[in-house]
Design a protein around this ligand. Structure first.
Ligand SMILES: [Zn+2]
Length: 146
C-alpha cells in the first residue's frame, strides 16, 4: 500500500512513514501534481480537500480524511485500508521515505541501530521510539480487525 497526502496532512504522512508505509508528502505542490503522482505511481491519495474528491479521474484512489485529530486520522486510514500499523513500524526514514538499513558500529553493541542510506540519519530504539510505539499500540487496539 502506497500513499500520497495533500499539503494539509503532513503529520499524518509522517506517521504513515513511522508505520513503514511508503508515503509521499510535499509541502508545496499543486493539486494537479498530487493527482498526477497518485495516478502514475498507483498511490492512494489522502486529502482533506473535498474539491479533489469530486475530480472524476481520482475517484477510485482518493480518500477523504474527516478528522482534524491526528490519532483519529490514523485510525480512519488504517481501518479503511486494513493497515497493520505495528508490523512494519520504524523501518522507513521519516524524512526521506526510504527503507532503513542495519547499521553496526561493532559486534559488542547491544542496541540495534538503523540508518537511512540517503540522509545518513541514525535511528535507534531510544525513549522517543518507545513513546511512538506506545502510541501505535494504543491505536492498534482500536482498529477493527474484521
Ligand atoms: Zn533519510
Amino acid at each position: 500500500m502506497k500513499f500520497i497526502t495533500d499539503v494539509m496532512l503532513g503529520r499524518l504522512a509522517k506517521w504513515l512513514r513511522i508505520m513503514g508505509y511508503d508515503t509521499l508528502y510535499y509541502n508545496n505542490i499543486s493539486d494537479k501534481n498530487i493527482i498526477d503522482i497518485a495516478l502514475t505511481e498507483n498511490r492512494a491519495l489522502l486529502t482533506k480537500d473535498k474539491g479533489i474528491c469530486l475530480i472524476k479521474t481520482v475517484k477510485d484512489t482518493v480518500f477523504y480524511v474527516k478528522s482534524e485529530v491526528l490519532e483519529n486520522q490514523i485510525l480512519e486510514v488504517a481501518n479503511y485500508y486494513k493497515l497493520d500499523i505495528l508490523k512494519h513500524a520504524f523501518k522507513r526514514c521519516i524524512r526521506c521515505n526510504i527503507p532503513l538499513e542495519d547499521y553496526k558500529i561493532d559486534d559488542t553493541m547491544h542496541t540495534t541501530y538503523k540508518t537511512c542510506p540517503m540522509c545518513k540519519r541514525l535511528y535507534w530504539r531510544g525513549s522517543h521510539v518507545e513513546c511512538m510505539l506506545k502510541t501505535l499500540q494504543d491505536l492498534s487496539s482500536q482498529i477493527r480487525h474484521d
